[in-house]
Design a binder for this molecule. Structure first.
Ligand SMILES: [Zn+2]
Length: 299
């Protein structure tokens, strides 16, 4: 080829040699290059049966239709490498999983600590009933299921961590009920730890400095959180999607296994409370949690 022709092609080569916005992220996520489309400050990546939306400048993203908080705000041109790698391991390319996992269900509070409450509706009892329903369905599906406490017990957080550490499960699932001063606040949220060095998603949730035991299991915990959040949103009752969030809760920090903490609804909201108060509502929540866990262990 004549030198002049090569020179004429040079600008074109330069143009196509440069990565377009979010092309690098698509590669890290394990998606094809043509997965990326972008519209008005929002990157959309679609491929291999998954869809991600990353509005630039904020931490709130959408993963397969579910609200998900990133560890770093999405950039104009790409995600932080650590966020993309975590989503690849949790969503696109998960490690092979055990077919009959061991699950440790942790109903929050108990004993003298009743948790949050409105009238007769107290968190410790709601969480235990939800855990029993989840246990029944998971056992029927062949899982080995234990609970961290009986209905009338109130182990400390350290005792719960010790129980998990003595015989680490494939998944640790802590079940709680939310409360807020604003009676309009409603919906479900599922927590994992943030990545090392990253802040939590709630106010004043600053990063912890040392790597934490739970951070070794973040890909699987993230997979669990997304599957459980999606199952809770699919369950009857039209709950609001408050997203997969991040916090440094004790059980998430120190349980040496994939761990999530579920806020099943707001006892301070009339709509959520109706579901939390009734035996059917608690069963619905427990079954949804079990279906989400089973989904996470399926490929
Ligand atoms: Zn609680």
């Amino acid at each position: 080829m004549a030198r002049r022709t090569l020179l004429a092609l040079l600008p074109l080569l330069l143009l196509f040699g440069c990565a377009r916005p979010y092309e690098r992220t698509a590669k890290t996520l394990g998606l094809p290059k043509d997965a990326v489309s972008a519209a008005e400050g929002r990157a959309v990546l679609e491929g291999n049966g998954h869809r991600f939306e990353f509005p630039a400048g904020i931490r709130v993203a959408t993963v397969d239709g579910t609200r998900y908080y990133l560890n770093h705000a999405a950039g104009q041109d790409e995600l932080a490498e650590a966020d993309a790698m975590l989503l690849r391991a949790a969503v696109v390319d998960p490690a092979p999983l055990r077919p009959r996992p061991a699950i440790l269900l942790d109903p929050g509070h108990g004993g003298k600590d009743i948790g949050c409450s409105v009238g007769k509706n107290a968190e410790h009892a709601i969480a235990h009933d939800v855990a029993l329903a989840a246990q029944a369905l998971l056992q029927a599906a062949g899982c080995d299921v234990r609970l961290t406490r009986a209905a009338d017990q109130g182990p400390t957080l350290q005792e719960r961590v010790d129980l998990a550490a003595a015989n680490p499960p494939d998944a640790y699932v802590s079940i709680h009920v939310n409360a807020a001063a604003n009676p309009e606040a409603r919906g479900v949220e599922v927590y994992t730890l943030p990545l090392p060095g990253c802040d939590g998603t709630n106010a004043n949730a600053k990063a912890w400095e040392t790597p934490l035991p739970g951070q070794a299991h973040l890909p699987q915990a993230t997979r669990l959180a997304l599957c459980v959040q999606r199952a809770l949103l699919r369950a009857p009752g039209n709950p609001e999607d408050r997203g997969v969030r991040h916090a440094h809760f004790k059980v998430l920090r120190d349980v040496p296994a994939p761990a999530i903490l579920i806020e099943t609804g707001f006892v301070t909201n009339a709509g959520d409370r109706a579901r939390l108060a009734s035996p059917e509502g608690r069963r619905t929540l427990g079954f949804a949690i079990a279906l989400g866990v089973l989904d996470a262990f399926r490929r």
